[in-house]
Write a new protein. Structure first.
Length: 343
């Protein structure tokens, strides 16, 4: 279920201030919170990963008070999918902090700006062809709208600008190389996206013109491609910096985490594994299933437990042959094990 753009836009009315660098790999404070139960996490995560085969599972967990962390396949690159929303939004908000962008700026969308589904904005075009930055952020982070993602990316200077900003902030295991309008057709071995393919039915018909063997080969190549990937450890760095308010001004970081808390697209994943009273600010990532294989199933965010302990968690699952509900259950079980491993 996707949250409406209007609901998420309500969170995007704040203003932003200055930037600072971060070094998330250093333990930050003494803490009385329990240490991570690494042995239990090793054992139970290995069992979940076995269940997910031939898909590959990657997990990283960090105590946001102490900086203590644990990983499983933590340095392996995984496709970002729509988990790109958080780093993209961080760069957009940094532009707001610097005074180069306004949430109320209106951006016109032409036929050449449309991107593959899911994209309610592409579905609505041309009846509606202009949106504010506030609305685009809401749709990109809260609804995984590919057109909103690409339009924002273009406005801030393209994929290279996102990766450049991440490198400037010492986040070197998250990279953004292409627009979604390039990535999504590439996964299926299709030609460059064109306006006639907007909407799910038209895109599926276009996919069907590619022979199944060619689509399988393209998906395999995508899963090996180092572009547009993140390691679980690298995504933790991003989450930690947002939590601490050191990647962005504190109001901007709080705003992004607020929008991520409202995000409802992947409620059956990490959120489903959390105990009563826990809160989750997160960004999910998905890819279109084809021929019984899902290239991308991700969920990453900040968990706040009932006693206000906070943990960053990044979960990536690539190349899975499980059904959607089973993949969601795998990630929910990761969340459940993480909570048990910090008690």
């Amino acid at each position: 279920m996707r949250l409406s753009v209007i609901a998420v836009c309500a969170a995007l009315a704040g203003t932003c201030a200055s930037l600072a660098a971060c070094e998330p790999s250093i333990l930050k404070t003494e803490t009385d919170t329990p240490r991570l139960d690494a042995k239990r996490l090793d054992r139970e995560m290995a069992a979940i990963a076995e269940r997910a085969r031939p898909g590959v599972l990657g997990v990283a967990v960090m105590n946001l008070e102490s900086g203590e962390f644990w990983t499983f396949n933590g340095d392996r690159p995984f496709p970002l999918g729509t988990t790109i929303g958080a780093p993209l939004a961080a760069v957009v908000l940094s532009e707001l902090d610097a005074g180069r962008l306004s949430l109320d700026e209106r951006i016109a969308i032409g036929g050449e700006d449309l991107s593959p589904p899911p994209s309610p904005m592409a579905d609505a075009w041309p009846a509606r062809s202009a949106y504010t930055v506030r609305e685009l952020l809401a749709a990109a982070v809260g609804g995984a709208d590919n057109t909103a993602t690409d339009v924002l990316m273009k406005r801030i200077g393209g994929p290279g600008a996102v990766t450049g900003w991440l490198r400037l902030k010492n986040i070197d295991q998250v990279r953004v190389d292409r627009y979604e309008r390039e990535i999504q057709p590439d996964i299926a071995g299709m030609a460059s996206f064109r306006q006639a393919w907007k909407g799910e039915p038209a895109f599926i018909r276009a996919m069907a013109t590619v022979p199944p063997a060619a689509r399988r080969a393209a998906t395999e190549a995508f899963l090996r491609d180092p572009r547009d990937t993140a390691t679980p450890r690298g995504y933790l760095q991003l989450l930690m910096g947002l939590n601490d308010g050191v990647l962005l001004s504190k109001p901007s970081a709080a705003l992004l985490l607020q929008v991520m808390t409202a995000q409802g697209e992947t409620a059956g994943r990490l959120k489903a594994g959390l105990p009563a009273g826990a809160r989750l600010a997160h960004e999910g990532g998905s890819g279109r299933d084809d021929q019984g294989r899902a290239p991308v199933t991700n969920d990453a965010g900040v968990i706040t437990l009932r006693d206000n302990r906070r943990y960053a968690v990044a979960v990536f699952l690539s190349g899975s042959t499980l059904g959607e509900a089973e993949r969601d259950a795998v990630i929910a079980d990761v969340g459940r094990v993480v909570v048990q491993g910090v008690r």
